[in-house]
Design a protein around this ligand. Structure first.
Ligand code: FES
Ligand SMILES: [Fe+2]
Length: 346
């Protein structure tokens, strides 16, 4: 089951220039995303009403999309406005469209009740086009239930083990010593913690205190700040959130989205970088390599975990650790959203 009344990240905005179309899949729905020649964005079912050819193989003509197979033409509302060889438009030739939005470098699609598509529900991240941020982006696919990826992102204690030589190694551990502070939100969870006496640079001897703080929001959006302060800051702040006027040494930012393509497949779009500074190309490359190596470790583990879940009866209970609080709360919140939708539709 999926929550449908959510904005799902479909693609990076800058990878869809005017006059182009791409095919994506979200919640088992094939979606054609096209940008008209004047720059407007359309999300249409990727399924021509004639013989079900993918419209993402079609061509954008001005503000319209034409199916490449037999030439049906659709306007931005999905209305068929041209049928080769027919004087009148036959019935049953319109394509469904979906609410679509662009925000913080991503294209978002709403697959739920169209009347409920409120852009205020989009979790805000860091705008890739904003010059305050220097970020690199990427995308990987998972052959796994997206909720396993969400669990992974809600519980970073695994950095000390799965990512011992990558992300966990960069801070010389410290992620599993004690559980973070977790606060439930209406549509997500907020997770924060201090890591004390950690290296400023991977493998270095200069030490720092790191404030890690993120929201993880429905359906699977992570927006994280990792801020480095002079050593001793954690104690001076009483282990509470650092005040705005406490000058950091370095600000790292991460923005990630988990989008289910089907029941046991998902796509993971991410950007990682720095705020308020332009790192050297070497530092940027080193950061990105650590992130990419860690994501490969996550994928190997989560896909292997999925195989075992598939062999395990649903009645079997899993052990519950203190660090499971955030994944547990997040799954509970998502189940509540799904139940609310079921109640409304029954
Ligand atoms: S399948 Fe699209 S026009 Fe025939
Ligand atoms: Fe991970």
């Amino acid at each position: 089951m999926f929550a449908r009344n959510c904005w799902y990240v479909a693609a990076w905005s800058h990878l869809l220039p005017a006059g182009t179309v791409i095919g994506r899949q979200i919640l088992d729905e094939p979606i054609a995303l096209y940008r008209t020649e004047s720059g407007a964005l359309v999300a249409m079912e990727d399924r021509c009403p004639h013989r079900l050819a993918p419209l993402s193989l079609g061509c954008v003509q001005g503000e319209q999309l034409q199916c490449r197979y037999h030439g049906l033409t659709f306007d931005m509302a999905g209305r068929c406005i041209g049928v080769p060889g027919a004087e009148k438009i036959p019935p049953g030739t319109n394509a469904r469209t979906f609410p679509v939005a662009e925000c913080d470098g991503w294209i978002w699609v709403w697959l739920g009740a169209p009347g409920a598509a409120n852009e205020a529900l989009i979790p805000r991240g860091f705008d890739l086009a904003d010059r305050r941020f220097t970020m690199r982006y990427g995308e990987i696919s998972y052959a796994a239930d997206y909720q396993l990826v969400n669990d992974n992102l809600c519980d970073l204690s695994h950095l000390d083990f799965l990512h011992k030589t990558t992300l966990g190694g960069a801070t010389a551990g410290g992620w599993s010593d004690q559980p973070p502070r977790v606060t439930p939100l209406e549509r997500g969870v907020h997770i924060e913690r201090w890591l004390k006496d950690r290296p400023v640079n991977p493998g270095g001897t200069d030490l720092t205190d790191i404030w890690s703080c993120y929201d993880f929001s429905a359906p699977g959006i992570l927006v994280m700040r990792t801020t480095f302060y002079p050593r001793g800051a954690a104690e001076r702040c009483g282990l509470a959130a650092p005040p705005d006027d406490l000058a950091p040494l370095l600000r790292r930012v991460d923005q990630q989205a988990v989008t289910p393509t089907g029941k046991k497949s998902c796509t993971y779009l991410f950007a990682a970088g720095f705020e308020g500074m332009t790192p050297s190309p070497v530092a940027m490359e080193r950061m990105y390599k650590i992130v990419m190596d860690a994501f490969a470790e996550d994928r190997t583990m989560i896909e292997a975990q999925q195989r075992i879940w598939d062999l395990t009866p649903a009645s079997r209970r899993n052990a519950f650790l203190p660090s499971d609080k955030a994944p547990h709360l997040f799954r509970k919140m998502l189940a509540r959203l799904i139940n609310q939708e079921l109640k409304v539709s029954s």
